[in-house]
Design a protein around this ligand. Sequence first.
Ligand code: GFB
Length: 323
Amino acid sequence: MKNIKNKRIYLAGHNGMVGSAIFRQLKKNGFVNVITAEFPSLDLRNQKSVEDFLAEKKPEVVIIAAAKVGGILANNTYRAEFIYDNLMIQNNLIHSSYLNKVEKLIFLGSSCIYPKLAPQPLKEEYLLSGYLEYTNEPYAIAKIAGIKMCENYYKQYGCNFISAMPTNLYGYNDNFDLQTSHVLPALIRKFHEAKTINKPFVEIWGTGKPLREFLFVDDLAEAILFLLENVEAENLYSLGISQLNIGTGKDISIFDLAKLVSEIVGYKGEIVFDTTKPDGTPRKLMDVSRINSLGWKYKTELKEGIQKTYEWFLENKADSKLI
Ligand code: GFB
């Protein structure tokens, strides 16, 4: 998209881990017209509020980084909220963007949209080729609906709306709550607290065998800027796919990840497994050859990203009252 730096860009979800990383990236790259709104003055689940907001602000570009998100237990526990909140947020934003003639929209999802037992690595065309992982089915169904809205608003109305599917993300501003967070922030907090109180062991959920791919959130933010500037709906849908994968193309077992985090944190005790907790999908490694061939590649290796996130945690969250 041309002259994008002067466009009015509405970034939905700017306070979250993903949204705040995109916000920093936009500012760093000289985008001068970024519009944001705070919850609860704008509740994105409310159709009238979203319609009025977009009609008033008239953004030319919309980035949807707003979503109800969480780790495996949050997804599995708050199943109704995960499907309802996400469907409402994205329906309102995508439809109002169409009504207000938004020139470009980027919708963000997650690698859990792919079938549980799809071949690995996950190619974009595997979408809807099999059943989903149960623990995150409500979230994945909502995200698949968002992908299909973008695709079909292009096909019927010609809207320049595209979907990007990042792999598991981590980094600054992550959620470190042990019940609702994803695995990486949970491990950082668990190993840090165990080191602080000399606890002899740290419990991790499941068998430790599932494989996961992790992308540092600042790399994702760079990828979103890349898509803003370089990938339009016609480029994407003419490939016969509905969404573009964003990841590193490398994965690691949860047990090896736990060993890596314990080493970075400097914890010397044992790792034990709580097998009453779910493993989730056995593996979800993204095939990132499409975005790589378009010209974007990740920069931050996992060890470096965890070190940066641990430093951020120490500065901002290590006082558990703040978590
Ligand atoms: O990151 P996570 O919660 O989500 O869990 P998913 C990944 C793996 O780490 C699972 C294990 O096998 C967990 O059992 N794990 C080990 C832990 N210890 C812990 C711990 O202390 N906390 C957590 N949270 N996990 C989510 C989806 O799936 O990934 C979402 O539910 C979304 O829909 C997101 O797609 C990116 O990778 O299993």
